[in-house]
Design a protein around this ligand. Structure first.
Ligand code: AMP
Length: 355
């Protein structure tokens, strides 16, 4: 597969590279960053989101599609290749297209690792091999003996997640969510049942640079979810109001971590990259995000990894404290990606960044 993509890249004019992405998720971040590094940009989006990419003026060209899977249309792919497009994948590629191996356009990053990300069993293998502490996983609902969170595969933005404390509680809530059409029975069958770690949620966005051979911490965020609104309602009202808040992501806040905790976090970033080289050579390229909860003892539990840019990095435009400290200039994930591509072109190493 990779050979095929690299063959397509061979026909590209490296002086005329265009950076493209799907209009969704972190496209503004990616396109702004590409422009800051002097690239032409292209945004492939649906009619309903066109207003976003027109309003912010970061796409030199907008290509409208009926829906995301249309990116798999060979004619559209050929049109994009003619414009020397390198696509930057983000969460919507996983969530709405899935068939990454049918995208016959050079992608920045490692497609195989993006597939590891969508499979929770593989994800756990990756994180455990990297020596990270993870919340306990329950194979079957019958095993639930503590507070758990129930989640589904893929980047669906937390839709339909729920908490349960026992098998009965699990089945009752699952039934209600299926009946109300939020999730399907199949979702429930494939659900991941994870110990709920009570603590501070923190998301770390890293960038692994094959060109500079280093891991950079680019930004830290936490999510803003409807469940966060619970704290505004007194407990007695909560008990009587029948409220069922969700984990659907609405936005993100920037976070700055206690400096002493960074030692742990930076080691996590490095070990995740080391293992990525073993499980999917040549390993990580570019952005990845480690999602963690810190408990009362500042113990770090990692509960997810994303092998691509996450929307949380949008809090770091034009820079986060961390990207600024590393670069001494405005730097954010979209720009960091474009900078790597620029360095790759200049050093004759672009192939190393593409899959
Ligand atoms: P995810 O889709 O895995 O990123 O999870 C969505 C949200 O659920 C996160 O932002 C957290 O608020 C919460 N969450 C997920 N897994 C856990 C866990 N094991 N312990 C505590 N909170 C979690």
């Amino acid at each position: 597969m990779r050979e095929k993509i690299l063959k397509l890249l061979k026909d590209y004019d490296y002086d005329e590279i265009t950076i493209g992405t799907l209009g969704s998720h972190s496209a503004l971040n990616i396109l702004r960053g590409a422009k800051d590094e002097g690239f032409r940009t292209i945004c492939v989006c649906r009619a309903r989101e066109r207003i976003i990419y027109e309003s912010f003026g970061v796409a030199d060209e907008i290509v409208e599609i009926a829906d995301y899977p249309q990116l798999l249309d060979p004619k559209l792919q050929e049109k994009l290749r003619k414009k020397n497009v390198i696509m930057i994948p983000h969460g919507s590629f996983n969530a709405y297209i899935g068939k990454l191996d049918e995208i016959m356009i050079p992608l920045f990053g490692n497609r195989e690792l993006m597939l590891w990300e969508t499979d929770r069993v593989k994800q756990r293998e990756w994180l455990e091999r990297a020596g990270l502490k993870m919340p306990k996983r329950f194979e079957r609902p019958e095993e639930i003996d503590r507070l758990v969170i129930v989640k589904y595969p893929g980047a669906m933005g937390g839709r339909g997640y729920f908490l349960a404390v026992s098998p009965e509680d699990f089945y009752e809530k699952a039934k209600r969510l299926v009946e109300s059409g939020v999730i399907s029975n199949k979702d429930i069958e494939n659900a991941e049942i994870q110990e709920y770690v009570v603590g501070a949620n923190v998301y770390f966005s890293f960038f692994y640079s094959p060109i500079l051979n280093r891991v950079e911490l680019i930004a830290i965020d936490r999510r803003y979810e409807p469940v966060d609104g619970l704290g505004r309602i007194p407990a007695d009202v909560q008990l009587n109001a029948g409220i069922h808040p969700t984990y659907t992501v609405i936005g993100n806040f920037p976070v700055v971590l206690r400096e002493s905790l960074l030692a742990k976090v930076l080691k996590v970033g490095k070990s995740v990259v080391e293992v990525s080289k073993e499980i999917a050579p040549p390993g990580m390229v570019g952005p990845f995000c480690v999602e963690a909860v810190f408990d009362d003892n500042a113990e770090m539990f990692v509960f997810e990894i994303s092998a691509r840019i996450v929307a949380g990095t949008n809090v770091g435009i034009p820079n986060s404290p961390y990207s600024y400290i590393i670069w001494g200039e405005n730097m954010f994930m979209g720009r960091r990606i474009a900078r790597e591509i620029r360095m790759g072109i200049e050093k004759g190493k672009l192939e190393e960044l593409i899959y």
